[in-house]
Design a protein. Structure first.
Lengths: 325, 325
């Protein structure tokens, strides 16, 4: 059971779009929107040669950069940094140990040089050492007060409205929409239903190990400082197969981390749909692709052209980007 | 996508029970049936102090010994033994290596002495080295021809009819029914929907690691001879949390392997339901509990009494055991 969401995060865009009668109102009438509508029509029309029965209508979505903002860095990194700062009084040794020293001194340049290993250390130090229920509460409390540095809004308001509409549109056509993210599964589950309409059991993500314990007669799962699964790149098809056990018929991403998920989904035969969100709008959001430290889109952009995946040009394809606009 | 099931396995009991109007017809009117009906009434009646909203109505079921026969040994062990025999010509060294030698000589006593490690070796040797799609086909083909040594029927006909009815009854009350089994997740997924009405994405189980590869442009997952996750005992709450992300409100098992799942489900507050199938019917099925090498029920039987979980006395509570009776 998930605790009720706190008041600061009420978010009505989802409720509005679930009942909208004209599909995808925040999409301009370009080739991307047309490709989505044509695919859904083809696989849902009984008698169509491309018909897919409802139980096999699985659509998988990356999260960071596909469903919500991932610049100037992933939201979960901002969370980890804030957690490390909050926990620092309990860890005096962090003042002299990287990557913690860099975090405490707001030295992002040194932090970024610690690379993936440094980030993993931050995540383990800040995401472990409590029960799963305690962690859930920590995430919810943080989201209620944290603000994006540029947009000055709660991160959960930085979901892309066109993608929220797309999720709802697919569900209204009897697709089941899953999130398949490199982000932490327990970092996402407390809020994905509220923000995207995606319930906890439809969230696949990276995880650390947990241990079951009866403590004073109460059953608990303790979060351990040990990686369990990294749901990124070639891990995404692995995670999809393990958690869902069906091959998706549509997949949506924005970066090289999504390449294998798109290949797994679209290259095994049948009419399938792959889509890449290309961040081309520095004014309303961000513009980045081949050289970005976060959300790098390079090989997957080449593969999109090769495999005829739909590439969303954010600047031209999206009428608006956020619900609050 | 799952390949269509072969003709030998058509099984209509499920279809019959899904539409039955009187719930649980194969259950005698004893305390076990009454406890089930009372629990479902309490959590589904709007305004009840114990009301549980439909999205939180998660029920988890063990498989071996809870939903189908697990004597004289688990079906998956019979599968592994048959696979080892089929693969033996490719592995001349198995003639002199345990546990394979014991399998090839039908020496079950020596095999059982190789213990968990021996069984794990059998599973890895027989379940790895192919793609996930190839493995699915191997499982389906095996089930189409394999017969239970005592009942002389396909294993999939040895599902317990009262439990198939219970699954359907819970679903008709807007529960979602999950399998949470120590058995292999990919050994179960090809047939659980047909036999139990449980789709692949609602099956949690043990797994070996897989690796994604593009081979000749075709995306494949290869099954590796390396354990990934053991979904048994304290692993069951871990698996439930990872795959489902919600705590169940009802859990069903039959052995000590299910103890932690039942604790996780029932001991965290709220009206919750735990049930243990006690095998007491040597005539129609099997009678075993505290001393059985497979499906040992010892600690969980004590815990059932302590925690007031419902204990099904198979002999007296079940009007019939199999659909074919």
């Amino acid at each position: 059971m998930l605790p009720a969401f706190s008041g600061a995060l009420t978010f009505s865009a989802l409720a509005q779009t679930e009942t909208a009668s004209i599909p995808l109102p925040s999409w301009n009438d370009g080739s991307a929107k047309q490709a989505i509508l044509a695919f859904v029509a083809a696989v849902t029309r009984e008698g169509s040669p491309d018909f897919v029965p409802p139980e096999e209508r699985i659509a998988t979505f990356d999260n960071d950069g596909t469903l919500w903002v991932e610049q100037p860095g992933p939201t979960q990194l901002a969370f980890a940094i804030d957690r490390v700062k909050a926990l620092a009084p309990l860890h005096p040794e962090w003042k002299d140990t990287q990557p913690f020293k860099a975090v405490l001194e707001n030295d992002m340049e040194t932090l970024s040089k610690t690379g993936e290993r440094g980030l993993a250390e931050l995540v383990l130090a800040s995401h472990a050492g409590m029960t799963t229920e305690e962690f859930q509460k920590i995430v919810i409390d943080w989201l209620a007060t944290a603000r994006h540095p540029r947009f000055k809004r709660p991160y959960t308001e930085l979901a892309y409205q066109p993608m929220v509409e797309l999720l709802a549109y697919l569900r209204s056509n009897r697709f089941r929409t899953y999130i398949v993210s490199g982000g932490g599964i327990e970092f996402m589950r407390p809020w994905t239903e509220r923000v995207y309409g995606v319930p906890p059991e439809h969230v696949v993500g990276s995880s650390i190990k947990t241990r079951f314990e009866l403590r004073d007669g109460r059953p608990e799962l303790f979060r351990l400082a040990e990686m369990n699964f990294i749901d990124d790149k070639a891990g995404k098809p692995v995670g999809i197969n393990e958690f869902i056990g069906r091959r998706p018929v549509a997949a949506f991403g924005n970066s090289d981390g999504d390449l294998e998920m798109l290949q797994w989904t679209t290259l095994a035969g049948g009419l399938r749909f792959g889509l890449i969100v290309h961040h081309t709008d520095a004014e309303r959001e961000y513009a980045y692709d081949r050289d970005s430290p976060f959300g790098q889109l390079d090989k997957a952009l080449d593969a999109a052209i090769l495999n005829k995946w739909t590439v969303v040009d954010m600047k031209n394809d999206w009428k608006r980007i956020f619900a609050f606009e």
